[in-house]
Design a protein. Structure first.
Lengths: 621, 121
């Protein structure tokens, strides 16, 4: 009896110890099946292997889709290895090879998805990671979906999960837009389900504490779909050329109830609403193509949601060339704030930033060259969206009493109908909502849809009852609502507070080299029709527009407000990470002597026009 | 004459009472005014030579002569007047700059003082 009790205790201790210790499993392209390998070694399978000490050949051996088999515990680690020579391993997902029964049967191959991963703990999350996860992740193992697999990762009713150093994609160039003119590019969703495309990269539902680090999701229909989630972190993640949306948070309509913090840090969402060419060896392999507007079945928000809440933070994140809105949090009616800082939002086909509720936009470069698609190669932009819903750079609404929208030190450029609009999303009326706009550059371009005029500064479908607006440079906007006269409001005393310069273009034109305009910020580079030599993120960032002041003759130089705004101090570092010293410049980027290239001297003219003579002024009403 | 004065005073008083009553009931928007500025076209460079064409005019205005921060750029070089809308009542200074097609710009004209009175609307 005593021996039996001792044995029972020993077993319990062993069990507790095993549960406390995370087990790391290895998957190798030359691994074996679970009958021959236990996955506890990184060695490829061979007949000489003893004690099954070899890697598994596929993640399906550990987490099997056919019969929802889960052979790992919460807190365990699966490490996917690259090929023996260090090149990228390509693991096929969906119905294929040995995985054809159960949920992977022919008739419903789209259900051949990884079962949800078991929950880890905050201290010991369940981890799926690629080789090099701790070494810069220069080559991430690839998981590519096929046979219309609906998802690659399904994280449903789970928590404390980490995915890192993975590339998630498919091997098809097709797009989801059912009305695309070139029918050969439309994903064939009919039986037999043998085509090499998949739908969603990562699906999250009723889950929390999910972290994606160095994860790329590209060329699918949707990068991430997520609803009823809490505390999601994307670190150095990239959602690239997913033909429906980068992040689709509209999976339940009115019950997406996101809470906690959704953080995008050092991440990117690019070319949503476009396909991705899969044609290895060809010059266009890996490039986005076939962007599709809504009336042919396309879409393409970088981020779009249904009714949602939570605190959304975008920090040093690039939201570029998505086919519809860049960030669409219009239905953010719940609790939590929206914070966008140190980020670039540019070239998206609708609004660049569309938000509702408490919002902080700080130190961002926001360029609504929303007609960018129209000026690109036909294979990329001919069927794409241009300035959807007018294409204003910013759409800012309130949902509750006391909501505050704070815009500090942004550089905002627009060829949309206006630079920004404000509204009352929930129709509750004016109840102490506040709009704070300080130290921003608002730069109007020729209106894409109405070429005879420039973008207007502000369209108000609702007016914030409290406004603090000053120290902004307003450059060549349309005269709508006489912005130069009516914009600055509640200017405080001291700290270099003033109304700021403002110019109106009375008639459409765009010439950012015209330094005769006193409001001209003297930008280094602003090309609304910028042509990139390639579309990978490093190339985009190297070639991107640089609306940064290039000399101390800029209207923004030492012209900013240095006090607090709605309790927030002026950011001590600028968009590029340089320190703001003394009186801050207006806009996202400080002019710092020696950092900017020396501008070409402006020749002193020999003759100048005589000054006009004002002969009379009359009051008309 | 006296009668006319009295009627006018009475009418003014009634309008004032009505306006006060309306103001009590509704938040009336601030009245804004429009002004039209007229200028002579520029036909010469400063050295007296004929100018071929003007590219555009700039109208600068503000409440102080050294803070003419509001700028309107008229891209039509052939106009000689422009309406500036929605000005609040108050003292303003207006000045102009002509810009030639080669980008050369004139000195700013002498500021022109104008007092916008409260709109009669």
């Amino acid at each position: 009896m005593k021996f039996k009790i001792q044995l029972m205790f020993a077993s319990m201790i062993l069990l507790v110890t095993m549960q406390a210790q995370a087990v790391e499993y290895f998957v190798h392209p030359e691994g074996g099946d679970i009958e021959h390998c236990n996955g506890l070694s990184a060695q490829p399978f061979s007949q000489d292997i003893e004690n099954q000490a070899c890697a598994l050949k596929h993640i399906f051996e550990l987490v099997g889709p056919e019969h929802n088999t889960v052979n790992i515990n919460g807190g365990d680690i699966i490490t996917l290895l690259n090929n023996a020579d260090g090149s990228q391993a390509e693991y096929r997902m969906g119905r294929h090879d040995d995985y054809t029964s159960g949920r992977c049967s022919t008739s419903w191959a789209y259900d051949c998805n990884l079962p949800s991963l078991p929950a880890g703990t905050a201290e010991k999350p369940t981890i799926i990671r690629g080789e090099n996860w701790n070494n810069g992740c220069d080559i991430a193992p690839q998981l590519w979906g096929s046979n219309r697999a609906s998802t690659i990762f399904s994280l449903i009713d789970t928590q404390h999960i980490e995915l890192s150093c993975l590339e998630i994609t498919d091997h098809s160039s097709c797009v989801g837009a059912h009305g695309f003119p070139d029918e050969n590019l439309i994903c064939d969703r009919s039986t037999p389900y043998t085509k090499l495309f998949a739908d969603t990269g990562i699906h999250m539902e009723d889950s929390n504490d999910i972290t994606l680090t160095d994860v790329t999701v590209k060329g699918l229909s949707t990068g991430i779909s997520a609803g009823r989630v809490r505390d999601i972190t994307l670190l150095r993640a990239h959602l690239f050329a997913n033909s429906s949306a980068g992040w689709n948070g509209d999976i339940y309509g009115n019950d997406d109830s996101v809470s906690g913090t959704i953080l995008f840090k050092d991440s990117a969402i690019t070319f949503s609403g476009c396909g991705l060419v899969y044609n290895p060896g060809a010059s266009d392999h890996g490039e986005p193509h076939a962007c599709a507007r809504q009336d042919i079945g396309g879409y393409g928000d970088g981020i779009g949601t249904g009714e949602t809440g939570g605190t959304w933070i975008f920090d040093n994140t690039q939201i570029l060339y998505n086919n519809s809105d860049g960030i669409d949090l219009l239905y953010h009616h719940g609790e939590g704030d929206i914070i966008v800082k140190n980020s670039r939002i540019e070239g998206n086909g609708g609004n660049q930033v569309k938000v509702t509720g408490n919002t902080q936009l700080i130190n961002n470069v926001i360029i609504s060259n929303c007609g960018w698609n129209s000026r690109q190669a036909a294979s990329l932009g001919a069927e794409g969206t241009n300035c959807r819903a007018g294409g204003a750079a910013l759409s800012i609404s309130w949902a509750h009493p006391d909501d505050k929208a704070i815009l500090l030190n942004n550089t905002v450029i627009s060829e949309g109908d206006c630079i920004m609009g404000t509204g009352d999303r929930t129709k509750i009326g004016a109840q102490n909502q506040g709009l704070y706009i300080v130290n921003n550059i608002f730069y109007g371009l020729t209106d894409f849809r109405q070429e005879w005029e420039n973008s207007c500064l502000l369209y108000r479908s609702a007016t914030h009852p409290y406004k603090q607006i000053h120290n902004n440079v307003i450059h060549q906007v349309k005269g709508y609502e006489s912005p130069c006269e009516n914009f600055a409001t509640n200017i405080p005393n001291g700290n270099n507070a003033n109304a700021g310069p403002c110019s109106i273009a009375a008639g459409g034109f765009f010439d950012d080299s015209d330094y005769s305009i006193a409001t001209n910020p003297h930008f280094l580079k602003t090309e609304i029709d910028i042509q990139h030599t390639a579309y990978d993120l490093p190339t985009l960032m190297a070639e991107t527009n640089k609306p940064y002041p290039q000399d101390n003759g800029s209207s923004v130089y030492n012209a900013g407000y240095s006090g607090h705004v709605a309790g927030i101090s002026i950011p001590t570092k600028d968009f590029l990470g340089n320190t703001r010293e003394g009186i801050p410049d207006i806009g996202a980027v400080e002019f710092i002597e020696g950092l900017a290239p020396t501008p070409t001297p402006v020749p002193v003219p020999d003759t100048i026009p005589k000054a006009p003579v004002i002969i009379s002024i009359e009051q008309l009403n | 004459m006296n009668t006319l004065y009295s009627l006018n005073s009475m009418r003014t008083g009634l309008i004032a009472v009505a306006a006060i009553s309306l103001t009590a009931c509704f938040q009336l928007p601030e009245e804004k005014s429009d002004v039209q500025i007229h200028w002579l076209p520029v036909t010469e460079f400063s050295d007296g030579s004929a100018i071929t064409s003007i590219d555009h005019y700039q109208i600068h205005y503000g409440h102080e002569t050294d803070q003419l921060n509001n700028i309107i750029m008229s891209r039509n070089p052939n106009i000689t007047s422009y309406i500036i809308s929605d000005l609040d009542a108050g003292e303003y200074y207006f000045a102009m700059v002509a810009v030639a097609e080669n980008g050369e710009e004139s000195e700013m004209s002498q500021p022109y003082y104008f007092h916008v009175i409260e709109s009669s609307l």
